[in-house]
Design a binder for this molecule. Sequence first.
Ligand code: FPP
Length: 257
Amino acid sequence: MQATIPVGLDRKEAEAYSQLDPGRLPKHIAIIMDGNGRWARRRHLPRVAGHRAGVTSVRSTVETAARVGIPSLTLYAFSEENWRKRPKSEVDFLMGLLCRYLKAEVPTLNKNRIRLEYIGRLHELPDSVQEKMAWAREATAGNTGMVLTLALNYSARTELVDAFQSLVDAAARNGGVEHLKIDEEAVCRHLYTRHLPDPDLVIRTSGEMRLSNFLLWQLAYAEIYVTPTLWPEFRGTHLLEGIAEYQKRERRYGGLA
Ligand code: FPP
């Protein structure tokens, strides 16, 4: 069946989209945005220039995903390890970049009917950043299109620890931990991602073959697509290439061929 090209795609994106089966798009794509530092180093620029350039990639990817009708997109913007192990000046720069992105992007998110959510230990972020995040979430809360989730100060192991603690706390409030019943659904209900289906596709840029503590529970059956493209060079067309690769794979969820 010939796909109807969604409004707003550029020529290259339209060409890439025409190769896809619109009936088999992933429902949730997660992206590990990597390679900002290498991109900057290759140009003899400071690392932060890579992060700044990465915002253009975020914009292009988010808009293309929304235009082609991906229901959920999750971006690994900032890991707990980044927060602890990078120089304060770089962390401060990333926080400022996030605030500027939120302020500048809310009108475009609304225009594209995108709802913003966050995952991670958000309460550990600076108050001023949390305020801006809450404002942007509020401002997009009524949108019914794609859910864009930003992982900030995120670690999958910490998420599991927090989920188990939350399970125990809930049981203690509801008659005592002796009644605690843990199964997969119960764990899912207490993860930061309880508003989302599991990703069908995880994309990692800059060629590294690692999950880096990202959505370890939720990626159990996800297809993994690694591209050598560095994040600042990643655009909507690269996203569509990742989806094309996903559509070539046969998903068996542990079953037989
Ligand atoms: C990894 O590159 C990228 C990050 C740690 C930050 C990602 C942030 C952005 C793309 C911009 C801000 C995001 C939003 C949502 C506004 P790296 O520095 O680890 O690269 P390297 O491995 O080449 O050093």
